[in-house]
Design a protein around this ligand. Structure first.
Ligand SMILES: CC(=O)Nc1cc[nH]c(=O)n1
Length: 107
């Protein structure tokens, strides 16, 4: 049994959108999908491990790369083409992914 992670990292380029609640989901691979619904996680930048917020995990649901749609893109504050390119860059060739839906915890 795996323990649920209490931390999450994002690339710096996503920080402003997360803090403005314009990006309300993240799409991760299986290894990064074990978040517990209802938990609050500390969020840091991937590049320099700088803490910048807490997020409450609202949902974790499986999604196939080929099933990503405009609603996912809207929740990522991207076009669908941009989202698919980003996810393909981060997780090349991975079809089974997970949508992690979260809410910014106001500090
Ligand atoms: C660091 C990292 O993997 N960040 C990701 C990955 C997928 N989506 C996202 O928003 N951020």
């Amino acid at each position: 049994m795996q323990t649920a992670p209490t931390e999450m990292t994002f690339f710096e380029r996503f920080e402003a959108d997360i803090l403005a609640s314009k990006k309300t989901i993240t799409i991760r691979d299986e290894a990064e999908s074990h978040y517990k619904v209802g938990s609050v996680v500390d969020v840091s930048t991937y590049e320099d491990d700088r803490w910048f917020c807490q997020l409450k995990i609202l949902d974790v649901s499986p999604i196939q790369f080929s099933a990503l749609n405009d609603f996912h893109a809207e929740q990522e504050n991207m076009t669908l083409d941009e989202l698919k390119a980003v996810i393909h860059d981060i997780y090349p060739g991975i079809e089974q992914l997970y949508v992690v839906t979260y809410q910014l915890v106001e500090q």
